[in-house]
Design a protein around this ligand. Structure first.
Ligand SMILES: [Mg+2]
Length: 274
């Protein structure tokens, strides 16, 4: 990955339209001690408002959170939302849900109820029920073997539901409908709906994200769009072509983009630092 300052702005402005896809946690907002505590910094809100007002520019927030939570956390008029890692969208005010996810709702509800029985009274485990997905947070379980056993039990319970799949992250177990849209699928879905199959003829697409699930988005864009991974200085493997070192660095990129004029003119650098 190259630092975004080396050449990214040259690529943007070569097409009429700019479609920006932005992750929330760790990209627009610093990672908070608990999911509820995360908020949109004033600097991020200001630049999103400028980007939405820019001609031929679309801004989409892409996250594992639900679209309702995103709309509450990022209340910027004109912004669209992709939630639940790609399974649900609010675009131009219209809510849409992946049909694979919809069909799995009863299985998610069943497993959610069973997991609530298992961990509902434990103060050290958080069960997040997100409608079409589930998330078990085990960060607070002190004993390593107890956490291992609990996560294994959760995965075994999920495996009993054939329409669902589970995966283990950092002290977290995520459960989602098998074969449902991921972030990359959702990004391509939005681009095709707005610009057709040859979306890149008319549109520069850019995705900024910081986590493993964002790699689906970078891979989906491939050489047709631009990926930026927020690394916090860590040495990570990524399908993104560019790197932002921190949330502040990513916001600096967005401020520079807000200064890039539409319709093929590139005047970004004039406005940098203002
Ligand atoms: Mg993130």
């Amino acid at each position: 990955m190259k630092p975004w300052s080396a050449g990214l702005l040259e690529q943007v402005g070569t097409r009429r339209h700019l479609h920006l896809f932005l992750d929330f946690d760790g990209t627009l907002s610093p990672i908070a001690p608990t999911p509820d505590a995360a908020f949109l910094p004033d600097r991020a809100r200001a630049v999103l408002e400028r980007l939405v007002a820019r001609p031929h520019t679309t801004v989409v927030i892409v996250s594992g959170r639900t679209v309702e939570t995103l709309a509450r956390k990022v209340p910027v008029p004109g912004v669209s939302y992709v939630g639940n890692h790609g399974m649900e969208l609010i675009v131009d005010g219209e809510r849409e849900e992946d049909s694979v996810a919809t069909q799995a709702r009863p299985a998610i509800a069943r497993l959610g109820a069973a997991l609530a029985q298992l961990v509902g009274t434990r103060p050290d485990v958080v069960l997040e029920r997100k409608g079409i997905s589930l998330c078990v947070h085990t960060r607070l379980v002190q004993d390593e073997r107890a956490r291992e056993a609990l996560e294994a039990e959760v995965c075994a319970m999920a495996a009993a539901e054939t329409t669902l799949e589970s995966y283990r992250g950092k002290r977290i177990v995520e459960i989602r409908p098998r074969g449902a849209r991921h972030k990359g699928d959702a990004i391509l879905h939005v681009l095709r709906a707005a610009h057709g199959e040859d979306w890149d003829a008319d549109c520069n697409a850019l995705f900024v994200g910081d986590d493993v699930t964002d790699e689906d988005g970078f891979r989906a864009l491939g050489g047709r769009g631009i990926g930026v991974r927020v690394t916090d200085g860590a040495d990570v493997e990524s399908a993104a072509g560019y790197e932002a070192k921190s949330v502040d660095d990513a916001l600096g990129l967005l401020e520079a983009l807000a200064g890039v004029r539409g319709s093929g003119k590139r005047e970004a650098l004039e406005e940098r630092g203002t």
